[in-house]
Design a protein around this ligand. Structure first.
Ligand SMILES: Cc1cc2nc3c(=O)[nH]c(=O)nc-3n(C[C@H](O)[C@H](O)[C@H](O)COP(=O)(O)OP(=O)(O)OC[C@H]3O[C@@H](n4cnc5c(N)ncnc54)[C@H](O)[C@@H]3O)c2cc1C
Length: 497
């Protein structure tokens, strides 16, 4: 530790990542923290209504950027870029849903450049060597996420089951038996990872269930994708279900509630000041340092260190500090959420339908009568506030829900909400100091797993700020090195691996 006088640390952004960053920074001695958030509440943007799945098993597999993904990536990105429809959406037309997916890449000059840059970095990470390297980093991050979240939950006072409505496990569903079979090798990877963690109580696991096992464990699956399945022969039910995969150690929670619990715990320490409706407009640079931030109302806030945790907006603020040949390649992937209230015949487990393709359907259990449906993942430069498109997204999510779970009913659906997953090309977050500046850090790019990685991301950032390499374990030092935002430099792009 290198502390003698009090350090004032400004954290910009009050989402999951900003709150967890403040949490771990405030643990240091001689530090006071100010969190600046431009909206009127914490976790009000992407951290508001995500699917809330603590899902380390998702990144144990390694990033989507891998040698076999080059053609798939081009198929995914190019149509959006050219404004064609995304490929192969699974839309149940029998339910009266328009057959054409309405979600297209939102064209803008700014987004075109960002997406091209991001796409190049994505392709650069598709070599076997980079894939293996990124997978190893993701697994280190998975282990850190389990431990760091466990710590935060325990320190919040009551363990997670008492503080939040936590639902253990998640069920993955498939198109058919072939789809299910093609998935089985992934469970092996999760198994190997868990073995490598030793006897950690919360080591993740995936249990593959044949169709019959799935129906036995989850009787509601008898009507999966078929309103009349009661009268159908079992062979037809088999065709609809294929099989299932249970993530028994993952769990779901309301991520916004979690953020609020972190904020109120921090407020009680007296070391952290939170300021809402505070919009940072620019950074004030002086001699290789940033001395303060300008707010949009003309106020200036000075501090010793600055941590930018602004999700998708981070690259814009930080770009003036980077050289002409460096960027923070983050693009937004928009998702939609609808909360259903007064539900009946609710599944007994949270779900993710891997057969839903572009709809990317997930169901999160909150209580016996309240569930959350999330879906879609399309590139967007800024949050799409077009009400008509939002309504269409909601209609499609509801129609798909009726299609797959015909027996579930609800009395009310709340207004749909949209969020942007801040995606990095290698699917790893960017955590650490900006090169050339001694006191500016970023913590962003957590993508579709920001809730899962939030505690780990906050603790890694605090290590990067306050600890020297020699005082850290090998794994912790490795994570700091590998997650550095400076990995997206020109020399790294043209490096040999
Ligand atoms: C549909 C959907 C489902 C998801 N499901 C899951 C899931 O099941 N599990 C999981 O682990 N993750 C999930 N995620 C991902 C997760 O929600 C995100 O990774 C996470 O919320 C990102 O948090 P953040 O704090 O970086 O960003 P944000 O929540 O966007 O927070 C950034 C904050 O910075 C503020 N800000 C921006 N610019 C400024 C400025 N200039 N001045 C001041 N403040 C500023 C914003 O107002 C915002 O509050 C999902 C995401 C989506 C969209």
């Amino acid at each position: 530790m290198r502390e003698d006088k009090e350090r004032h640390v400004v954290v910009v952004g009050g989402g999951l990542i900003g709150a967890c960053t403040a949490y771990f920074v405030a643990k240091q001695e001689n530090v006071r923290v100010t969190v600046l958030e431009r909206s009127s509440a914490y976790a009000n943007v992407t951290s508001y209504a995500n699917a809330g799945r603590f899902a380390v098993t998702q990144f144990i597999q390694g990033p989507p950027a891998n040698p076999t993904m080059i053609s798939e990536a081009l198929q995914m990105i190019l149509p959006q870029f050219l404004r064609a429809s995304p490929s192969s959406a699974y839309i149940p037309t029998s339910e009266g849903v328009p057959p054409t997916p309405p979600f297209e890449y939102k064209k803008s000059a700014e987004m075109s450049t960002a997406l091209v840059g991001w796409g190049l970095w994505y392709l650069r990470n598709c070599t076997q060597t980079r894939f293996e390297h990124n997978k190893e980093s993701a697994q280190l991050l998975a282990a850190r996420s389990i431990n760091a979240m466990d710590t935060v939950m325990r320190e919040l006072g009551k363990y997670r089951h008492k503080l939040f409505e936590v639902h253990p496990g998640a069920l993955f569903t498939f198109n058919d038996k072939n789809h299910f079979d093609s998935f089985s090798h992934k469970a092996e990877v999760v198994h190997e990872f868990s073995e490598s963690l030793g006897r950690l109580a919360s080591a993740p696991s995936w249990n593959l269930l044949s169709c019959d096992e799935c129906l036995k464990k989850f009787p509601f699956m008898r009507t999966w994708r078929n309103p009349s399945s009661d009268s159908l022969p079992i062979s037809q039910i088999h065709a609809n279900v294929g099989g299932g995969c249970v993530e028994s150690t993952d769990w779901t929670v309301d991520a916004r509630k979690f953020t609020h619990a972190v904020v109120s715990a921090l407020e009680k320490t007296g070391k952290v000041e939170f300021r809402l409706r505070t919009h940072v407009q620019s950074l004030i640079q002086e001699n290789g340092r940033v001395s303060g931030v300008h707010l949009d109302d003309g106020e200036t806030i000075l501090a010793d260190d600055f941590v930018l945790c602004m999700g998708n907006d981070t690259p814009g603020l930080v770009q003036p500090l980077l050289g002409s040949f460096q960027t923070l390649p983050i693009v937004g992937m928009q998702g939609y959420t609808v909360d259903l209230l007064g539900c009946r015949n609710v599944p007994s487990v949270s779900m993710a339908d891997l057969g839903s393709k572009d709809i990317n359907w997930q169901l999160t259990l909150y209580s016996k009568s309240r569930v959350r449906i999330t879906g879609f993942a399309n590139f967007a430069s800024t949050l799409d506030s077009d009400a008509a498109r939002g309504e269409l997204a909601k209609e499609q999510l509801l129609a798909y829900t009726r299609f797959v779970l015909p027996n579930m009913t609800w009395q009310q659906s709340e207004t749909q909400w949209a969020g942007l997953r801040p995606m990095s090309p290698d699917n790893l977050p960017m955590i650490g100091k900006i090169s050339g500046y001694q006191n500016v850090y970023v913590n962003c790019g957590q993508g579709s797993l920001g809730w899962t990685m939030s505690a780990a991301s906050g603790s890694i950032l605090a290590d990067a700020m306050f600890c020297s390499k020699e005082t850290l374990s090998h794994n912790d030092a490795t994570l700091i090195e590998r997650l550095s935002p400076n990995r997206f430099s020109l020399s790294s792009f043209f490096g040999v691996s």
